[in-house]
Design a protein. Structure first.
Length: 389
């Protein structure tokens, strides 16, 4: 066959191919929509996590408009005022969701609730984190994507810094003494930690950790972040020095401040134990605004009571009140951490629970997610159920 014959043959093949696919082209989405689908989801699971930028952003194959909220909302009228007309919203009281529900809003649905909503595609948790029992249920239901809200990140970071400074500057014992006319700490206490030029190690550079990083940098501290994918760059986030969790041991000896902001998962439970605490400087301040069991309870008490570390500032705990009557008289740990003057204690207030401004912000973030889903746009804050966050 000559070179002149090849174009004619190729044209014939091309013509046959066009005729074969023409019936499908009429109903195919435009190329822009195809590009959007590739950007938003449908990424092969065989790819490395760093090659799956969409994994944590969205799981929307088509517009999802039927939404059921599991429990009554104090600010329901405000939420409805923010929703687009396409959203079909129902509010429950712990009862089963309608069968045609596509998005379920709640944190701890039962297996029967999940299975009863046969059209369910998204579980939207109206706060940060993924409860362990919910994670177990969703691992068995991979067709349901999980998203959450980060509306209280600023409040959590603010409290983290307040607790950190109170511990580093020994505000609580100074306040307690001066209320009784005791000025002794002004003349004798040398355990105050100076921060300028010191190093802050932040476990987790998510919505809360990134804010803490900015605050520490503003105090003149060097910031080192620890995250699962240290090379990933988030939008609108400064390029902090980051390391993988496997390198934490290298960072601890220089950490004057250690902030814990990672979620509680099987891999982070007990992550900070006696071995890690022993690597910290003797004047280090440990701050936990994530979940109590990430730090080994007994090891923490021993390190603080023996003076192996300088102080701790804790907003999350190991023991919580079982009911309303137990809100007084329930100590937060099995160990007498409350007896130590180098511990600042806070009753899990980082999320500013029920604060009117934060509850309205929750409704705004929830509406933003639901409106996006109703138009087939990416839903923010996709949760990796396997990883647990």
């Amino acid at each position: 066959m000559s070179g002149q014959d090849e174009p004619a043959h190729g044209a014939t093949v091309a013509s046959r191919a066009r005729r074969a696919v023409e019936p499908f082209l009429a109903t195919a989405p435009p190329p822009s929509r195809l590009r959007r689908r590739h950007r938003v989801g449908y990424t092969p699971l065989a790819m490395k996590p760093t090659e799956r930028p969409s994994l944590r952003r969205a799981h929307v194959m088509q517009p999802l408009r039927r939404v059921h909220v599991m429990h009554p909302l104090e600010h329901e009228p405000y939420l409805r005022s923010l929703l687009s007309p396409e959203v079909i919203l129902t509010i429950g009281n712990g009862d089963p969701a309608p069968e045609r529900t596509e998005i379920l809003v709640g944190g701890r649905p039962s297996a029967s609730v999940l299975d009863g909503a046969t059209a369910l595609r998204v579980l939207l948790i109206p706060y940060a984190g993924l409860p362990p029992e919910t994670r177990e249920l969703l691992l068995q239901r991979p067709h349901v994507a999980v998203h959450n809200l980060h509306h209280n990140a600023a409040a959590a970071a603010e409290l983290a810094m307040a607790l950190f400074l109170a511990a580093a500057k020994r505000v609580v014992p100074a306040d307690r003494g001066l209320r009784h006319g005791d000025w002794t700490l002004r003349y004798e206490d040398t355990r105050e930690l100076l921060l300028d030029g010191k190093t802050a190690v932040i476990l987790g550079l998510g919505a809360v950790g990134a804010r803490i990083a900015r605050a520490c940098a503003g105090l003149g501290m060097r910031v080192l972040g620890v995250r699962r994918h240290p090379d990933r760059i988030e939008a609108d986030t400064p390029r902090w020095e980051t390391r993988s969790p496997e390198r934490l041991r290298e960072l601890l000896p220089s950490a004057s401040a250690l902030f814990v902001t990672v979620p509680l998962t099987p891999s982070t439970r007990g992550w900070i134990g006696a071995e890690q605490l022993a690597l910290l400087p003797a004047d280090a301040v440990l701050v936990n605004v994530a979940r109590g069991p990430i730090i080994d309870e007994g090891a923490l008490y021993n390190a603080l009571s023996e003076g192996a570390i300088g102080a701790a500032a804790l907003d999350v705990w190991y023991c919580y009140p079982a009911d309303e009557a137990a809100r007084t008289g329930t100590y937060p740990s099995r160990f007498p951490l409350h007896d130590l003057d180098n511990v600042v204690l806070s009753p899990h207030r980082g999320g500013a629970f029920r604060h009117p401004e934060l509850e309205r912000a929750r409704m705004e973030h929830l509406a933003r997610s639901l409106n996006a889903a109703a138009t087939g746009e990416p839903i923010p804050h996709r949760v990796d159920v396997v990883a647990g966050y």
